[in-house]
Design a protein around this ligand. Structure first.
Ligand SMILES: [Mg+2]
Length: 219
């Protein structure tokens, strides 16, 4: 990588750590939506979510296909989380991201509202040129290859001059396949980072500046 044109940041469990508990709250609200709104018996909720995830990529897309769910209603419901209980603005992180080279974008499977609220709360809103969320892609999620290409087309970016950071290895695979440098943040739930083409991993976003410097200097 000789030039860093752009960096794509995942939002949930990437701009804030998984152990903040925020995403566990969202997870709990997804279960509650299936139980209380769709009326799936509690004992079947986990199984149903797994089935929707496997067949449709997200719980939401399974709910749309099988229960004709209004995606806006669902997204408002599951993202209704008191951010102050889980997040704290991090001035060091703000400065760190601001000083990274290239244009910065959010690339998230969450709703526009949730992305904006989290960015505002963390004081990061002004640092990103644009937010590519699940609403933008008409509810098609990562890791659907087509949306990575659509994002690249929209920003006019060249994949080999780009970088993507996500806490889920499965979301990085299409980006790596297109030629981007990929950074796995935190503990991976699925594929070990060594299996990723051109993949690197970091345990803290504060390691990013040094890693980028190393990558830019590598032959
Ligand atoms: Mg994430």
């Amino acid at each position: 990588m000789s030039e860093l044109e752009f960096i794509l940041f995942d939002l949930d469990n990437t701009l804030y750590p998984r152990d903040s508990g925020l995403f566990d709250h969202v997870d709990h609200l997804i279960n509650r939506y299936l139980e209380e709104v769709i009326r799936i018996p509690l004992a079947e909720v986990d199984l149903r979510r797994r089935a929707y995830l496997d067949a449709h990529g997200t719980t939401l897309n399974g709910l749309i296909a099988h229960h004709n769910v209004d995606p806006y209603h669902y997204l408002d419901y599951v993202h209704d989380v008191p951010l102050a209980d889980y997040l704290a603005p991090d001035e060091k992180l703000t400065t760190l991201i601001a000083e990274l080279p290239g244009d910065k974008y959010i690339f998230s499977n969450a709703s526009s509202g949730h992305c904006q609220r989290v960015l505002d709360y963390l004081g990061l809103s002004d640092l990103f040129v644009d937010v590519y969320d699940i609403n933008y892609f008409n509810f098609r999620p990562k890791p659907e290859l087509a949306i990575y290409q659509e994002l690249l087309d929209d920003i006019g970016g060249t994949a080999v001059n780009g970088m993507m950071i996500d806490d889920m290895a499965v979301n990085l695979e299409p980006a790596a396949g297109l030629g981007m440098t990929t950074i796995l943040y935190g503990p991976s739930l699925k594929t070990p980072p060594s299996l990723l083409p051109k993949g690197r991993s970091i345990a803290s976003l504060h390691q990013l500046p040094q890693l980028i410097t190393e990558l830019m200097m590598a032959p």
